[in-house]
Design a binder for this molecule. Sequence first.
Ligand code: ADP
Ligand code: ADP
Length: 226
Amino acid sequence: MASLSLKNICKVYPNGFEAVKDFSLEVEDKEFIIFVGPSGCGKSTTLRMIAGLEEISSGELYIDGKLVNDVEPKDRDIAMVFQNYALYPHMTVFDNMAFGLKLRKVPKDEIKRKVEEAAKILDLEKLLDRKPKALSGGQRQRVAMGRAIVRNPKVFLMDEPLSNLDAKLRVQMRSEISALHHRLGATIIYVTHDQTEAMTLGTRIVVLKDGVIMQVDSPQKLYNEP
Ligand code: ADP
Ligand code: ADP
């Protein structure tokens, strides 16, 4: 269960630049929200504020009705998947997936169980001892997802997770993410430039420009109307 409520959120960077202006959005449990818009329109900044990696300058962020503006990232029950995977090159797949759990002092046997469970879902069972450099792009992306899944978060934030993959893998991973969304029953906010991804994955699409929401609509409405 996770609903999100963003109320009049603004981000002013220390240099005075206003990257996000009066951003308000209600996200229901299990929604798959897509952020689209040109480079620099504030998509990543918004995700980072939701994750707690960037301070909210003004406005309020609620998760399941609880104000979380001042809650530490690790206590927000949110997992983020980045475009560059951010895997540790010197660690095995297992250790990469286990990292966030170790950080939270989860008992060893529980870590093992959770990593193996996620590896099964993502078809990584035979690769747990490998280092990232011995994996394909799609496999690395799965490890990045696995690292998010093991924590069983209420909310997934994904920042162009497929943009480094070739076209064929993108199509494959797209349907895997869709299946994952249903299987985990998670709430997802997903940034993409790809219209097909937005249409096939999203329950609602948020169009941003210069830090302002221009439109919020279903994919059908946004892309199919004359
Ligand atoms: P998007 O993800 O849509 O490409 P970002 O959220 O990364 O956009 O950036 C939004 C705007 O904020 C851009 O104009 C960017 O240059 C600016 N920006 C990002 N980080 C900083 C920062 N630390 N200081 C000042 N401006 C920043
Ligand atoms: P969490 O879900 O708590 O962020 P992660 O395993 O994703 O757990 O990462 C823990 C911390 O390490 C985070 O602050 C993250 O930004 C940072 N981190 C993750 N991967 C890398 C990396 N490859 N290089 C540097 N820092 C990283």
